[in-house]
Ligand binder design. Structure first.
Ligand SMILES: [Fe+2]
Length: 375
């Protein structure tokens, strides 16, 4: 059991003894039947979650062949640049947010440049060193390393404050489909979903890695069954919930249409010609920017989006598109590209930092914490 001063991570699936507190007397469903982990937060206050996305550490010294990177990249993404390129931003965001939970939403490490595993170890040491519970999803690049999925997961799971399970890997595709129940004063106030949106550079069924981007059928079945049980656990009403995976959903594109988003690639908007979208902060609660038209969206048929509507999801959070950080609503669900958390790979000057998500007993609030540090 991992203990914290304010928050106690109570159990993993198998440890049912610690879960009596979350049971409801009017139902047979227990909390451990519907949640993989519990995050206890004192009641009467908001719960703060900090999303740090696409940290994407690159260690140019580990390039697989010389011509892979140019001179600028070799110098600027050298092993000793990690403080300047990443940690000063992640630390600043953590200091500003004072979060109860940190979520890394994929491409945490650029695995192609980490066959020795040292960048992942540096990441785990840095984030765990904040002494705050944290969790993560995988992106397309994390599992490019030759170290393999088991070694990679072990590094995360051995960290004192990291909350993670690969999930039911025999029945559910991807690595890291699970959820966290936030409990305040014995009451379930939020469910946090972590899912694997796949899209790995190289698929490898043996490692539960799939090349095609998007949720697979058995993942959607898992989400639906869990959501139904959660509703039953919660007295017939779906609990407030939010979620994270790496790739943006088509619904996030639709959410930006009222602010001028057009795309020929995705047949979105009236004139179909993409130009940077800047969303002025407004009464609807939308904000942020789209500097690039995403290459691909997941959930193009809106199937998962409709499930999110059905189960009272407050918002879903992505990364992947480093230059996008729009946050807007589509049919009542807030879709947010997290603010890129480092200066590795592509980024927009000044649009680096973290995304603060406030949940719990009150309605969800979201805002970006833009860096104040010099470029
Ligand atoms: Fe990505």
């Amino acid at each position: 059991m991992k203990k914290f001063s304010i928050i106690i991570l109570v159990f993993a699936l198998s440890m049912s003894a610690a879960c009596g507190k979350g049971e409801r007397s009017d139902t047979k469903i227990k909390l451990e039947d519907v949640a993989d982990f519990v995050l206890e937060v004192e009641d009467g206050r908001d719960v703060k979650i900090l999303q740090l996305t696409d940290i994407q550490i690159i260690d140019s010294a580990q390039r697989r062949y010389d011509s892979r990177l140019g001179k600028w990249a070799i110098e600027n993404w050298a092993t000793d640049k990690i403080e300047e390129r990443a940690w000063r931003f992640t630390r600043e965001a953590v200091e500003k947010a004072q979060p109860d939970l940190i979520v890394l939403s994929g491409d945490n490490v650029y695995g192609e440049f980490d066959d020795a595993g040292t960048s992942l170890q540096a990441l785990v040491a840095e984030i765990d060193g904040y002494g705050i519970p944290w969790t993560f999803t995988f992106g397309n690049h994390d599992n490019e390393t030759v170290k393999g999925i088991e070694w990679t997961c072990e590094q995360y799971m051995n960290a004192d404050h990291c909350i993670f399970t690969r999930g039911d890997i025999n029945n559910v595709d991807g690595n890291g489909n699970f959820n966290i129940a936030v409990m305040q004063g014995g009451k379930l106030t939020e469910i946090i979903w972590l899912m694997d949106s796949n899209g790995k550079t190289s698929g490898d069924r043996e490692q539960n890695l799939f090349h095609e981007e998007g949720l697979r059928v058995n993942q959607i079945t898992w989400f639906t069954e869990r959501s139904e049980k959660l509703k039953e656990y919660n007295g017939g009403v779906s609990p407030k919930n939010i979620g994270f995976f790496h790739h943006p959903m088509r619904a996030a594109g639709e959410a930006a249409v009222p602010y001028g988003y057009n795309s020929a690639k995705h047949e979105i908007g009236e004139n179909k010609s993409f130009k940077t979208v800047i969303i002025p902060e407004n009464d609807e609660g939308a904000f942020g920017a789209m500097h690039v038209d995403p290459n691909t969206y997941v959930d193009n048929e809106f199937y998962f989006h409709n499930l999110l509507k059905t189960y009272a999801c407050e918002g879903w959070f992505f990364g992947h598109e480093h230059q996008n950080n729009a946050s807007a609503f589509y049919e009542g669900v807030r879709y947010t590209y997290g603010l890129k958390a480092s200066q590795y790979d592509a980024y927009v000057k000044g649009e680096v930092g973290g995304t603060l998500i406030t949940v719990g007993e009150g309605k969800m609030k979201v805002r970006h914490l833009y860096t104040d540090l010099p470029d």
